[in-house]
Design a protein around this ligand. Structure first.
Ligand code: IMP
Length: 435
């Protein structure tokens, strides 16, 4: 068995230790070649996982990145909130590009909650009404869907499949209209019952064959020792409970989200793989101590093609932030690190790494709190290391990387106090180095 084949054995979780978008899609697509099952466990249409492989370039929002391996069963877990329009469009687009998507290789949890038009509406309404401090949500209705789930006001896929769905729908719509009247006067009139219902019933027909209770299948694969790969969404620093509230998403992107969705206990997970770029990026609001507002930041943004996959917003870019990523490692539960987008730094003669924060005259290597206000006050303390000013995107082995790039990776590994096992040097599947 090859070294990297061994890496994917067992039940492994791929998550992001930062603020998201650090290449989970690529990694899952890679690992899926050895996976019997790939489970997407949290988030919703706010996610955008970019995959570039032999079939082309894809930007999946809901369908697991394992879909390109025909032998893998892909599962959308009950912790994912589903916008049916996004899901149906994604299935159609994948099929148009020659990817097999059938009820044999895609299973959707009957417990998943549906993102409804009123959720998107409330998402926008709340953002508009915030005086300062907007969260900068993706506008996909994620927060309101998860909050209705918690308040037991949500509609699940199993409700959609019921014969008396219209009754459930009407009751929920009535409640949502009452809510919107309180929140925003007459705006609820934008919700046209017949139109929404017609669309839902149309989409129900398409997705019904994919819907099952996924827990017994997940349990069976896990217990039989099959290779199960879990795909998170967003990043650990956006965790609802342990991230920098309120600049967070409404789910648990790290290992906790996987446990909540599958019921598989932490002690039975082989390892948690945490992705981080060789620099830092963030989309939306919230503190980001190493953010660059100069030409270098612009260069990283451009070269890294740092645009939000879902919203198209420019991502904020800066130097690698070790204190933040160490915090992310704890929240994510990461054991092994995949350092991605190393090639984005190829042209820089000098590279900075933030090794600590200064707050109120004191220096912090580890964050004493998850409170976003602490990070807002933080001034980064940098070390500067030499760049390599050569093309790393062609390297396929650690030894063939320029010496300075090797040193950079080893320095980051030492600072993160976790093994870097994978380095990604370009978007393509094969542009990956196993250490
Ligand atoms: P929401 O998840 O749309 O409610 O947005 C909450 C925060 O999470 C915002 O700052 C978003 O920009 C951020 N966010 C949501 N999804 C993603 C993602 O997939 N990648 C990176 N940031 C995200």
């Amino acid at each position: 068995m090859k070294q990297h084949e061994k890496y994917w054995q067992g039940t492994n979780v791929v998550t992001d230790i930062g603020w998201g978008d650090a290449g989970k899609g690529k990694l899952v697509d890679l690992g899926a070649q050895y996976a019997d099952m790939v489970i997407r466990y949290s988030g919703g249409g706010n996610a955008g996982h970019t995959i570039r492989n032999h079939l082309g370039e894809f930007k999946n929002h809901l369908i697991p990145s394992g879909i390109f391996n025909p032998k893998t069963i892909c599962v959308i877990g009950g912790g994912v909130v589903i916008d049916l329009a996004i899901l149906v469009k994604e299935i159609e687009e994948l099929r148009t590009k020659g990817v097999t998507v059938t009820p044999q290789n895609l299973r959707i949890s009957d417990a998943s909650h549906l993102v409804m038009p009123w959720h998107k509406f409330r998402d926008g309404l709340r953002e508009k009404s915030r005086s300062g401090g907007k969260i900068g949500t993706t506008g996909q209705g994620i927060g309101p869907t998860y909050s209705d789930r918690t308040a037991r006001e949500g509609i699940r896929i199993c409700d959609l499949l019921r014969r008396d769905f219209t009754k459930i729908f009407d009751e929920t719509l009535h409640y949502q209209k009452q809510l919107l009247t309180v929140l925003d006067g007459e705006s609820h009139q934008l919700l046209n019952r017949d139109e929404i219902l017609k669309e839902l019933l149309k989409m129900r027909k398409i997705i019904a064959p994919f819907v099952v209770c996924v827990l017994p299948i997940i349990r069976e694969y896990h217990e039989r020792g099959k290779n199960v790969l879990a795909e998170g969404a967003q990043g650990a620093l956006l965790d609802l409970d342990l991230g920098g509230y309120p600049y967070v998403t409404s789910s648990n992107p790290g290992v906790v989200g996987f446990i909540k969705t599958t019921g598989i206990p932490a002690k039975e997970i082989s390892k948690v793989i945490g992705t981080t770029r060789a620099y830092t990026a963030r989309v939306g609001s919230g503190p980001m101590p190493t953010e660059l507002f100069d030409k270098i930041g612009e260069h990283i943004q451009q070269k890294g093609r740092e645009f939000g996959t879902t919203t198209g917003r420019k991502r904020r870019c800066g130097w690698l932030d070790i204190p933040a990523m160490k915090q992310g490692i704890i929240i994510a539960g990461a054991d092994s690190i995949a350092l991605t987008k190393l090639d984005v730094l190829d042209e820089l003669p000098k590279i900075k790494i933030c090794v600590a924060y200064k707050v109120g005259g004191k220096q912090y290597v580890d964050l004493p709190t998850v409170d976003a206000r602490f990070m807002e006050k933080a001034k980064p303390v940098f070390i500067t290391v030499p760049g390599w000013t050569s093309n790393t995107s062609v390297a396929r082995k650690f030894d063939t990387l320029p010496k300075e790039a090797q040193k950079y990776i080893k320095t980051v590994e030492r600072l993160l106090e976790k093994p870097i096992d994978i380095v990604s040097v370009a978007p393509e599947r094969e542009a990956t180095i196993f250490l």
